[in-house]
Design a protein around this ligand. Structure first.
Ligand code: PPY
Length: 497
């Protein structure tokens, strides 16, 4: 196939004929303009030119292959015609670089809140808005933290805690911590190496990473970056086209992924207003809002823009189908009630994650920690407990080893941390993730000694007082570190007069 000169691409720079270059390939996106979940305006900005830089961080690697008919793939660009453009360094770039240079040294980062505070300052506004946002009034994201503070320790003493061990097994895989790295999307918004920061740090420290469906790096890039035998889990958004999902799942199994975490709390994406406002600030002159096929308006922020492939028809009837296409462990991520926990157990799943999606889905839903109490009680009625064939995980708001220990005491098998690690690599790359793991390790050592548990199995319900957990009124101590980083929601902005 002949190579295409950049001058030929430049001739297609209008709504009537729109070609763009992504990763040195030329695509005719004219007919796709009105289908683009992110709106046509952003594509037209790059019409006739190279869109790679804008495209890369917010699109899964196979987005074009999945969405653009093959006849619209025009060919490869002629490299001899590409003029290397020296990137303009903007004032904002300079400011950000200065802030990066002034970051606190890593050894002065003492807890996971510190990473969040640094990320808030050094991340591009859009990335911070996307990562930190939660749905509606952001009640649930804050409740996720508050719930941990309604559980108090009942430590045991004089137990010879000279040696303590917090390693464990998660779904048959060894883990140096009772914590796994939960899936968060679009890692390259935070750092050029995206999710690979997590993979490499996890390899070094014996931690398990859950690969997100909507990672910025491709699934294979992530698996290729893992060390031999490194356990990996996969988070799954189920596609409207089940053949795509089947291929993806079976490919993951072939590549050695140990467990499939099917996201079940996002048939439609929550309205994350910080993220949405960022988009409307960008399109200040009141971009014309259009609807795409799924009814998602095109001014609704990064996440809603790319979510239309997710199948809202997913139901309990699909679980046997998943069982028929894979032998991996099947875990439902996003369970909130004993009723659904029992259904998952009876459907033959190997576990559930008690999660409200980091407060990004149904606002004012309860925290996973609070739901854990009721769900464990219900599961105890149904089968053996602890049940080696059915794991209960919790995520949401976890920042300290003491949070993890509370969840374990109440019956969790392990706990997921998403944003904590995301902020660690957004602010310090792989080293940040490694430091986060070390901090958790230090906190585990101290907390296990102080509550009198030498191993994970010695962390028992009697070590916590959860009697206030269901109480949604009353005094919770103010969480200073968290509140210091928490960014209050804003209101609609006037245009420049
Ligand atoms: C989230 O943003 O909460 C996600 O789970 C990831 C995502 C990103 C974009 C579209 C759909 C889901």
């Amino acid at each position: 196939m002949s190579l295409i000169p950049t001058s030929a691409v430049a001739e297609h720079a209008s709504r009537d004929s729109c070609w763009i270059i992504v990763h040195s390939k030329v695509y005719d996106v004219t007919e796709f303009l009105d289908e683009h979940p992110g709106g046509s305006k952003i594509i037209l900005k790059y019409a006739g030119g190279d869109a790679t830089e804008a495209y890369e961080p917010i699109h899964p690697p196979n987005a074009i292959l999945d969405n653009l008919p093959i006849e619209k793939h025009i060919g490869a660009i002629d490299p001899n015609t590409v003029v290397k453009v020296v990137k303009q360094v903007t004032e904002a770039d300079k400011r950000r670089q200065a802030l990066m240079d002034a970051r606190p040294p890593l050894d002065e980062i003492l807890n996971l809140h510190d990473f969040e505070a640094v990320a808030k300052v050094v991340l591009p506004e859009k990335a911070w808005a996307y990562y930190s946002s939660a749905s509606d009034d952001e009640i649930t994201i804050r409740e996720n933290r508050a719930a941990f503070q309604r559980v108090w320790f009942r430590p045991r003493i004089l137990r010879d805690v000279s040696s303590v061990d917090w390693s464990t097994t998660i779904l048959g895989c060894k883990s140096s911590l009772p914590v796994y790295i939960s899936a968060t999307a679009l890692g390259k918004l935070g750092h050029p190496d995206g999710e690979l920061n997590l993979t490499r740090a996890a390899a070094k420290h014996g931690v398990i990473q859950m690969i997100p469906t909507l990672a910025s790096c491709s699934f294979d890039e992530i698996v290729d970056a893992a060390s031999p035998g490194q356990p990996l889990f996969l988070q799954l958004y189920v596609n409207r086209d089940r053949e795509i999902t089947k291929k993806y799942v079976q490919h993951a199994e072939k590549r050695g992924v140990k467990a499939l975490f099917i996201t079940v709390d996002a048939p439609q994406l929550g309205r994350r207003e910080k993220d949405m406002r960022m988009k409307s600030v960008d399109d200040s002159a009141g971009a014309k809002v259009q609807e795409n096929q799924s009814g998602v308006k095109k001014d609704q922020g990064v996440s809603r823009a790319i979510s239309s492939f997710i199948d809202p028809s997913l139901s309990w009837k699909d679980i046997p189908w998943f069982r028929s296409i894979t032998n991996m462990h099947i875990i439902l991520k996003g369970v909130s009630t004993p009723e659904d926990a029992i259904l998952a157990y009876e459907a033959g799943c190997q576990g559930i994650v008690l999660s409200n999606h980091g407060g990004r889905q149904l606002d004012t839903s309860r925290s996973g920690l609070e739901n854990l109490v009721d769900i464990v009680a219900a599961l105890k009625q149904r089968g053996p407990w602890p049940n080696p064939n059915f794991s209960v995980f919790v995520d949401g708001g976890v920042r300290r080893a003491s949070d993890v220990i509370k969840a374990l005491a109440l019956g969790a098998s392990a706990v997921g941390i998403g944003r904590g690690f995301l902020y660690a690599f957004s602010s310090y790359g792989q080293e940040g993730v490694e430091r986060a793991i070390e901090i958790l390790r230090d906190e585990f050592e101290m907390n296990m000694r102080l509550i009198g548990a030498r191993t994970i199995s010695e962390i028992v319900p009697d070590m916590v007082d959860a009697s206030a957990l269901h109480s949604h009124v009353g005094i919770t101590p103010s969480d200073n570190l968290y509140n210091g980083t928490y960014q209050p929601l804003g209101t609609a902005q006037f245009r420049q007069a």
